[in-house]
Design a protein around this ligand. Structure first.
Ligand SMILES: O=C(O)C(=O)C[C@]1(C(=O)O)C=C[C@@H](O)C=C1
Length: 362
C-alpha cells in the first residue's frame, strides 16, 4: 500500500472513531441533562457543580488510562467534556483577577474548563466581594508562589469575608519577555509586569536588562496591554496574555526557577463533602504568650496530620497580634481531624475553618 493509501485508510478509521466518540459524548450530555432534572426536582438549592464528583471522575480516568496520551492530557480532555456537560445544567460565572489573559484566568480555565462565563475583576478583594454578594458562583485567587511565597492580599481578604474554599489548582508559571509589532527591541527602556512576576524573573533581568526601568502594574495582562501602544517598552507575561494582545516572545521562559508555580484557591459559598483525598485550610489566632505556636502545632503532630503550609499575618485587631493560616491533609468531617480541631479550638482565641476541598487533580 502506498503512503497515500495508508493515510486514506487511517483517516477512514479516525472518521469512524470520531463518529463513535460524538455519539458517546452526546449520550453523556443527555445524562447530565437528566442529572440536572433530578437535582432540580430535589428542591430549591440544587447544587449543580460538584467538585468532589469532578475530582473523582478525573482521577478515575487517570487510573484507567492506558493510551499513548499521558494521564494529564487525557484528564484535560475529560475536564472539557465535563465542563460542557455542567454548562447544560447551569452556566457557572467565575470571577478572577483580571483583565483577560492573567495567570489567574488560566488557573480558572484549568480548574473549571472553558464552558464557564469569565468575570475579570480589577483586584483580589473584588473577587471576594463578587462571590460574597452572589454576583458570581465562584472566584479564583492566587494564594502562594513557589518562588515568591504568600500572596498577602488573598490571605488578608479571608479575614474580612466569610467564604468557603472549595478547591485548589496549581499552575506552572512560564514568563516570557513580550514585545509588540512596533517595539524597537534594541531600544527598550521600560519593562512592565506584576510585582510578583518581576520578582520571579529578578536574576534574569539583572543579567539581561540591568539598566532598564522595571515598572510594577496591576497584572501581567495589564503589562501586555500597555506594550501595544509604546515602541520602547516590553512586558513580562505568559502565553495567554501574549496571544490575547498579539505580542511576540523576544525571550521565552525567563523565570529564575524552572519549577516556578503558583497555587490558586477556588472560593465560593458551598461546602464540599469528603473525597478521601482532601485538604483543609484554617485560620487560627492564639493568645500572645510564649509557646503559643508550639501549642498550636502539637495536636497535628500528636495525630500525625500532615501540615502542608503555615503562614503568619498581622491580625488587624490589635498591635503585635497575629493569625496563622494553616493547610493540612484531611477533611474537617474526618473523625481524626475533628479531634484535632476541637483541641485547637479549646486553646485558641479564635478558629475558623475556611474549607475542606479535594486535592488538586490536574
Ligand atoms: O454528577 C453530577 O452531579 C453531575 O452534575 C454530572 C457532572 C458530569 O458531567 O460528570 C457535571 C457537573 C458536576 O460538577 C459533576 C459531574
Amino acid at each position: 500500500m502506498s503512503a497515500a493509501e495508508q493515510l486514506a485508510a487511517l483517516r477512514l478509521r479516525i472518521d469512524a472513531l470520531d463518529e463513535k466518540i460524538l455519539e458517546l459524548i452526546s449520550e453523556r450530555a443527555r445524562c447530565a441533562q437528566q442529572v440536572a432534572k433530578v437535582k432540580k426536582d430535589e428542591g430549591e438549592a440544587a447544587m449543580f457543580y460538584r467538585p468532589e464528583r469532578e475530582a473523582w471522575v478525573l482521577k478515575h480516568i487517570m487510573e484507567l488510562n492506558q493510551s499513548p496520551l499521558n494521564n494529564e492530557d487525557m484528564a484535560r480532555l475529560f475536564r472539557e467534556i465535563m465542563s460542557s456537560c455542567l454548562a447544560l445544567e447551569q452556566t457557572l460565572k467565575v470571577a478572577f483577577l483580571g483583565p483577560e489573559g492573567t495567570f489567574t484566568q488560566a488557573a480558572a480555565l484549568k480548574h473549571f474548563g472553558h464552558a464557564v462565563k469569565s468575570a475579570p475583576m480589577a483586584a483580589i478583594d473584588e473577587v471576594f466581594r463578587e462571590v460574597a454578594a452572589g454576583a458570581v458562583n465562584f472566584g479564583v485567587v492566587p494564594v502562594e508562589n513557589s518562588t515568591e511565597g504568600a500572596v498577602n492580599h488573598t490571605l488578608d481578604s479571608f479575614l474580612e469575608h466569610d467564604l468557603v474554599i472549595c478547591g485548589e489548582v496549581e499552575l506552572r508559571i512560564h514568563h516570557h519577555l513580550l514585545v509588540g509589532e512596533t517595539t524597537k527591541t534594541d531600544r527598550i527602556t521600560r519593562i512592565y509586569s506584576h510585582a510578583q512576576s518581576l520578582a520571579q524573573c529578578r536574576k534574569w533581568l539583572d543579567a539581561h536588562y540591568p539598566n532598564v526601568e522595571r515598572v510594577a502594574v496591576s497584572s501581567n495582562a495589564d503589562a501586555a496591554k500597555r506594550v501595544k501602544s509604546e515602541w520602547n517598552s516590553a512586558a513580562i507575561a505568559g502565553d495567554m496574555a501574549a496571544s490575547l494582545y498579539g505580542l511576540t516572545r523576544l525571550f521565552e521562559k525567563i523565570e529564575d526557577r524552572p519549577d516556578n508555580s503558583t497555587r490558586f484557591l477556588i472560593i465560593g459559598n458551598q461546602p464540599v463533602p469528603p473525597t478521601g483525598d482532601d485538604k483543609t485550610s484554617i485560620i487560627v489566632s492564639m493568645r500572645n504568650k510564649p509557646g503559643a505556636l508550639h501549642e498550636l502545632l502539637l495536636p497535628f503532630h500528636a495525630n500525625s496530620v500532615d501540615l502542608t503550609r503555615i503562614e503568619t499575618r498581622p491580625s488587624r485587631s490589635g498591635k503585635w497580634t497575629y493569625v496563622f493560616f494553616i493547610d493540612f491533609i484531611g477533611h474537617h468531617q474526618d473523625p481524626l481531624i475533628k479531634d484535632v480541631l476541637e483541641k485547637i479550638r479549646s486553646d485558641a482565641v479564635a478558629l475558623k475553618v475556611l474549607g475542606s476541598y479535594p486535592k488538586a487533580v490536574l
